[in-house]
Design a protein around this ligand. Structure first.
Ligand SMILES: [Ca+2]
Length: 406
């Protein structure tokens, strides 16, 4: 508590700094949310067929044969998170401003990687690869909060609560194959990073159609009006493994900001809450019927050969051409929202007292009144039904009501 120190006395007496506190913490926690239950035990199973044919006359062996179904890793343990945090709390100018600032860093290590996700050479002899604690991840960020409160001489009060959060994570180590190019590795990117085919607009003419890079799948079905998919690694063929590159951010916003602004005077009160996020990418597949047909979505105009314009690839009824998505369905998920607004009047004196109540509040409020975003629909996450299809849209609401307090 710096503000209690002697050298701060003057600033405190003059009501410049009311309170200033520095704090920090450091600690370790475990995370055991990983892996199969018996991964530390070797599991033997009966072969199929159970008795090998080992003799020259094709009769089965009288002995049951076993194979090592799961190779154990007896050293498996939980992942560890080392958490560090430093911050300060403050109050300034006689309580007019107050708030806090926090800087944090989490280092995760020994992250569980299942055998199926490990990179082992093709000549590895066993059927399954043992699980391992190997992954490393770094999560850093900061949080800033300001509260403002001012009461004027005539009793009018203004107040604000605002905060901003930044969080970013990086995979420091995962069991990526050593010789693949860096854009195909998880290492160096965030957990949940999107990978996508990269499009370079539309194929506009037959001349262009014949000159686009060949696709490994459905090449004969590519037509004018489809996406020109970039051959990212330059080997003259577009394929699933080599031509998807990191694109945009993850589904978790890196920047979150939130502010509530209010005003009160003689029974009247008003407040508005603003909320926004940036640094987020959303995969909105817009499926209708059984495919990404876009039939019921207003998602801009389809590409057309007349004016060579449009925003989305012309949908096909059943056969969507492979690798055609490009970045068409990956949206900048940033938004800015007027989340809540309320206007109210409260009676606390006079007739309301005579009726035997302590107060009466009449209010009109609304949720989600304004939204600024590049997204095709109003959603805050993709965590609904599967993949890009889910997420129930956010609703707009108006309420009018009264609250009577005894
Ligand atoms: Ca390629």
């Amino acid at each position: 508590m710096i503000s209690e120190e002697k050298f701060m006395r003057k600033l405190k007496d003059k009501k410049i700094i009311d309170m200033l506190k520095i704090r920090g913490s450091i600690g370790e926690i475990g995370d055991d949310n990983a892996g199969a239950r018996w991964a530390y035990l070797t599991d033997w199973a009966i072969t199929n067929p159970a008795n090998f044919t080992i003799s020259l006359d094709n009769t089965a062996s009288p002995f049951t044969s076993y194979y090592e179904k799961t190779i154990a890793n007896p050293d498996l343990r939980w992942a560890t998170v080392s958490k560090k945090n430093i911050g300060f709390d403050y109050a300034l100018l006689g309580g007019m401003f107050a708030g806090s600032f926090d800087l944090f860093r989490d280092d995760r290590y020994d992250i569980f990687i299942s055998g199926a996700n490990r990179s082992v050479p093709s000549y590895y002899g066993a059927k399954t690869t043992p699980d391992i604690n190997k992954g490393k991840m770094k999560n850093t960020g900061f949080e800033f909060e300001v509260r403002f409160n001012k009461v004027l001489k005539n009793g009018m009060r203004f107040w604000t609560n605002a905060n901003y959060t930044y969080a970013h994570n990086v995979i420091k180590l995962k069991d990526d194959p050593a010789l693949i190019p860096s854009y195909r590795k998880s290492q160096g990117y965030s957990q949940g990073q999107y990978w996508s085919f990269i499009d370079n607009g539309f194929i506009k003419s037959y001349d262009e159609l014949y000159s686009v890079p060949e696709r490994e799948k459905d090449d004969s079905q590519v037509l004018i009006g489809d996406h020109y998919i970039v051959d990212f690694n330059g080997d003259c063929v577009v394929d699933e493994t080599n031509d998807q590159a990191p694109y945009g951010f993850t589904g978790n916003p890196e920047h979150t900001y939130n502010a509530t602004i209010g005003w009160e005077w003689k029974g009247w009160s008003m407040f508005a809450q603003l909320y926004g996020v940036t640094g987020v990418t959303r995969d909105v597949g817009l499926p209708s019927f059984n495919n990404k047909l876009l039939t019921v979505y207003d998602n801009g105009t389809w590409w057309n050969p007349v004016d060579g314009d449009g925003k989305v690839v012309v949908p096909r009824f059943t056969t969507q051409v492979s690798y055609n998505d490009g970045t068409q369905y990956l949206f900048d998920g940033s938004y800015f929202r007027l989340k809540n607004v309320e206007v109210a009047y409260t009676w606390t004196k006079g007739w309301i007292k005579k009726l035997g109540f302590s107060s009466l509040k009449i209010y009109l409020n609304g949720n989600n009144l304004l939204l600024i975003t590049k997204m095709p629909d109003d959603r805050e996450s993709n965590y609904g039904w599967s993949g890009g299809g889910g997420a129930y849209p956010t609703v707009r609401r108006y309420n009018f009501g009264l609250k009577l307090y005894l």
